[in-house]
Design a protein around this ligand. Structure first.
Ligand code: 3H9
Length: 701
């Protein structure tokens, strides 16, 4: 036993550079502050402090990054001493200067560790941040107390409520770090430590209050932060707690502020919102793990791409590629269509630049990467071709036959279909193994989700390349199987069926939408329909001989949604705000009467169950059929593709959090009144009977 333990490299080790003790954290992959790491740092700092031969201490990390935060996997368990603040108090109390040497990312507890040190140096590529709000908590290691003292209250509020990272130069300008190092980080840190030891200089952020004093009496700062959060983080508790904690930094002595911060952080750690957000954090990382795709699966280099179709989707996809620096040939059939597409791309980029989302100079750089063309032959040089033409199998097959004629060997051939059979489209080529679905979500340059549709013949290398591409263009990929609507739209349909029935039975569109908005969605199904346009669904229904009593009448009146100023709601000129319309209510009442339905009051709780439980049920069927690999993948689709509130963790997590057995019982009850959408899928019956939830399903092999 002892021998085996000896061979395990220590997570924290100390070596010496003359009179400087170098404490190194080596806990791959991201040097998270697990209990063992915290214990190791504490022991090492205390030992160095007690060692008369040590003049100063450097704290550094092995591997690709500085400490990326607390170990999130420990959050479900009671905190064990030494907790982070015990470690940080020991650094604060050290009689010798401690210098943090930062590379990679210093995040959360990692930045808090650095802020407790007396000096901070970083390489230029380093980034720092307090991303705790993204996990539904706030910093719990003094970040809300030390960051305002270093960077000022406004900057701290911005960083802590947004959770966004900033680069080393910005951190230097903000006073968060003391030096950006161009050369050897370790050398620079040791030299600084030695110089500061000689000067006897060891400033402690806890003792500084000039930045917090500045903010005293400026309650407007906090009001502005709250107003911004009410818009950006509606329904989430952590950002409000973050504001309170920073306010405590201004109003309370340091130690009281620290105690207040920790109490808020502990409360949030135990909250359902944080559990949901942590679930999404890990689900996002799991989703990138796909059976059959391993480290040795070859990933093709995408040096050039082509997009076929310059409509809304094609244009958005071209923007995603160009924004990531990938040259893209944008191909259309007519000059006017091409011109319209390019003009939209330009105006979207310009709008982003005006909002400060990108540098104005980048507009031209990105436009310069998009080469317009009217000739399919121009896709010949592309390593990746993405088709985004009209959603019609025959048209897509014809386009793919053409792509097959021109594309070079080994190119990835992708379709952006949102519903059609990727296998049928692949069969139009002589190389179905190169064909994959890359389903972007509208607006493609904004929405983070990318459904990667694995066809029956799709090669593992094509999947691996698609996953790598997603990461490169900043998307969150989820691999799904070929079925009608894949994961997202298939579940959306289940919700849509109930939304329609609710309106016939007694609810109005505004009530259905309000229930989902209050749950946390950015909008409900009716406002979403108006945004997307009602005419597409109408045309599809006409083709398939289907009817939707109220929607068909709205369309017959030319009410196609926002673009015509009216749909399920009406819109004032230039506004996107849906206004309930008595004319729509009249149509609903007439159609309900015609169908012989006696309308009734429907409570919001019923509306939510009717809309969300069928989605869970459809999700379970999707899992049974193997169309999604894990329940977490489905949650990712809904959080990043459809605005499911992250603090509710996605539909499958939501059902688990409610208790899957309770969800099953409610479904059985609803099935008696509302039919098959609610008859629990066998997977739900099985898990509920075993007292389990979706989270208990084994990871795919
Ligand atoms: C905090 O610090 C609270 C404090 O205030 C104090 C409280 C008292 N813990 O993302 P990647 C895993 S809260 C455990 O693919 P990248 C991750 O699951 C924390 N595990 O790499 C993955 O595992 P696997 C605040 C973690 O290079 C592997 O590491 N900090 C943690 O694309 C690689 O991750 C954060 O929120 C963690 N903290 O990105 C930072 N972090 O390979 C969270 C990562 O098994 N982390 N893992 O799937 C990140 O943002 C990114 O991981 C990072 C690297 C940018 C660091």
């Amino acid at each position: 036993m002892a021998e085996a333990a000896d061979r395990t490299p220590p997570l924290v080790r100390t070596d010496r550079d003359g009179d400087i003790a170098r404490i190194t954290v080596a806990n791959p992959p991201v040097n998270a502050l697990s209990h063992a790491v915290r214990s190791g740092i504490l022991a090492a700092v205390q030992a160095a402090d007690a060692d008369a031969g040590v003049a100063a201490i450097v704290l550094r990390c092995d591997g690709r990054t500085f400490v990326a935060g607390a170990d999130i996997t420990e959050f479900g368990r009671p905190a064990q001493e030494p907790i982070l603040s015990t470690v940080l108090a020991a650094i604060d109390a050290s009689s010798k200067p401690v210098v943090a040497a930062i590379h990679g990312t210093a995040l959360g507890g990692g930045l808090e560790l650095a802020l407790a040190c007396h000096w901070r140096v970083a390489v230029q590529s380093a980034r720092v941040g307090l991303p705790e709000v993204k996990l539904g908590i706030i910093p719990g290691g003094g970040g809300t107390q030390r960051l305002p003292r270093a960077a000022g209250v406004a900057k701290a509020l911005d960083m802590i409520t947004s959770g966004e990272m900033i680069g080393a130069d910005a951190a230097l300008a903000a006073g968060i770090i003391d030096q950006v190092v161009a050369g050897d980080l370790d050398r620079a840190a040791v030299e600084l430590a030695r110089a500061k030891a000689a000067e006897g200089a060891m400033p402690r952020l806890r003792d500084r209050d000039e930045r917090t004093a500045e903010a005293r009496g400026q309650s407007g700062l906090f009001d502005a932060a709250r107003a911004a959060m009410a818009r950006r983080a509606r329904g989430r508790t952590a950002p409000e707690y973050a504001i309170r904690a920073v306010q405590a930094a201004v109003e309370l002595p340091f130690d009281e502020g620290i105690a207040y911060e920790r109490a808020l952080c502990d409360e949030l750690k135990a909250s359902a919102q944080s559990r949901a957000q942590r679930h999404i954090f890990f689900a996002e990382r799991d989703a990138a793990k796909v059976p059959g795709v391993g480290r040795d699966t070859p990933v093709a280099r995408i040096g050039q791409a082509a997009v076929i179709g310059a409509g809304t989707m094609g244009g958005g996809i071209a923007m995603c590629l160009a924004s990531a620096g990938i040259p893209v040939t944008l191909i259309e059939t007519t000059q006017p269509a091409l011109d319209r597409g390019l003009a939209t791309i330009r105006s979207n980029y310009e709008a982003t630049a005006r909002r400060g989302g990108m540098a104005a100079a980048d507009v031209e750089t990105r436009m310069g990467l998009i080469r317009p063309s009217l000739a399919m032959a121009d896709l010949a040089g592309a390593d990746l071709v993405i088709e985004a033409v009209f959603e019609d199998t025959a048209i897509k097959k014809a386009v793919f036959a053409e792509i097959d004629r021109h594309a070079k060997a080994g190119a990835v051939l992708a379709t952006n279909t949102s519903t059609l059979d990727v296998n049928a489209i692949a069969a139009a080529t002589g190389r179905p193994e190169s064909v994959v679905g890359l389903h972007f979500f509208s607006p493609a340059n904004v929405m983070k989700l990318l459904e990667i549709v694995r066809g029956a013949r799709t090669d593992a290398g094509v999947l691996a390349t698609s996953l790598a591409l997603a990461k490169r263009i900043g998307k969150v990929p989820v691999v799904v199987g070929v079925c009608d609507g894949f994961v997202g739209n298939r579940m959306l349909r289940a919700r849509g069926r109930q939304a329609e029935r609710l309106v016939m039975e007694g609810a109005l569109p505004q009530q259905v939408d309000a229930a989902l908005y209050d749950f946390g969605f950015p909008m409900g199904p009716y406002a979403m329909g108006d945004l997307a346009g009602l005419d597409i669904g109408w045309r599809i229904r006409q083709e398939k001989g289907l009817k939707s009593a109220v929607a068909d009448r709205l369309c017959a009146l030319g009410r196609f949604g926002q673009k015509t100023g009216a749909g399920w709601f009406r819109y004032e000129a230039g506004s996107r705000t849906p206004i309930p319309d008595p004319a729509v209510e009249a149509i609903i009442l007439e159609e309900a009467a015609r169908a012989g339905i006696a309308r009734r009051e429907i409570a919001n709780a019923e509306i939510l169950d009717r809309l969300l439980l069928p989605m869970v049920n459809e999700g379970a069927r999707i899992l049974e059929e193997g169309m999604a690999l894990r329940p977490g993948d489905i949650d990712i689709v809904w959080v990043y593709g459809y605005g499911w509130p992250i603090q509710e963790g996605g539909p499958m997590h939501w059902a688990d959090a409610r208790g899957l057995a309770a969800a099953r019982d409610r479904m059985v009850e609803l099935a008696r009144q509302h039919g098959e959408d609610f008859v629990p899928a066998p997977l739900i019956e099985r898990l509920a009977a075993e007292g389990k939830g979706f989270a208990d399903l084994p990871q795919p092999a």
